[in-house]
Design a protein around this ligand. Sequence first.
Ligand SMILES: Cc1cc2nc3c(=O)[nH]c(=O)nc-3n(C[C@H](O)[C@H](O)[C@H](O)COP(=O)(O)O)c2cc1C
Length: 342
Amino acid sequence: MAVDNLGAWAVDPSNFPTQGSAVQKARFAVRYAILAPSSHNTQPWRFVIDGDELLICADRTRSLPNIDPYDRELVISCGAALFNLRVALAHFGVPVEIATFPQSSEPDVVARIAFPDRGPPLKDLADLFEAITMRTTNRGQFFEQSVAESLIEKLKRAAETEGLDVSFARELPERQRIAALVAKADRRQFDDIRFRRELASWIHPLRKDDGMPASSQGFHTLVDFATPIAALAVRTFDLGNGVAAAHGQLACGSPLLVVLSTLLDNNEGWITAGLGLERLLLTATKEGYSTSYLNQPIEVSEFRKALADEMNVEGYPQLLLRVGRGSPALHSPRRPISAVLL
Ligand SMILES: Cc1cc2nc3c(=O)[nH]c(=O)nc-3n(C[C@H](O)[C@H](O)[C@H](O)COP(=O)(O)O)c2cc1C
């Protein structure tokens, strides 16, 4: 039986090479970048030292052709990793200059990071440092208490600081309408054998460094997905023992729904979505809130428009999140640094 690689979460900041070069410091900060969330925990990134700069590259060999045919979520995931890197380097006092998608001829280079001698202090970023190792996707049911207005303000500021538009659904009827969209999109996806097979391969019990561990979802074998009911719990939330929430329960167990959207639906929009996503997730984590995702209506194009209309979004919805107070959730594994840092 494979043992999940959870050691990545125990990164010790006291090992930071204070006397090292900027590149050595950046190499250390990559340990925090890889703790970012990624679609199906594919971890679709590579970090390359290029002279005295660091590149974050998209690893498109880890794409999800069925659920994410244009690599939209893949780029969002790389954006979340870039955000963690910024936070860690701000915490350790290393100034950076970042160019995203610096060369159109190299679409796999998501960001080029240079290390100037001086830069402004970035206290607001550094303040999120502790939250990096505390954040986890929590697919449990959240308590029905409403989310504090002060947190909603902070989440809004977090998303907007990175250039995202953000909309909230707080009242139950609105959450129920969105949950109904999630349920329809979920059903559409699960009716497709290609979707089920792709998901199954990322919840495979033999995976130990990536994917979503079946054990942490209360499942033991999901390999054939003959009855996709339990599998739904991975993508909505788990009422216990792998029983998926029906959409009514989904609305009650998700006291706040958040849509993050962008005006552009391209690399630039997606990297912005990743940066804003992780800033928002770390902000919620720091305040003791749990988060997870209900992206199904965004992944099925006809429902994406319906979600935009429901939430009065002008641009393109990129992520649909649940926020609330929940019981603690387990971390997911990460690939070893040696596999991602070249
Ligand atoms: C772009 C993106 C899309 C995601 N979509 C979903 C989703 O629809 N449903 C879900 O349960 N988790 C979703 N996740 C969460 C990932 O499955 C999760 O980040 C990954 O399994 C690693 O776990 P961790 O976040 O606890 O570290 C998404 C994450 C990202 C970055």
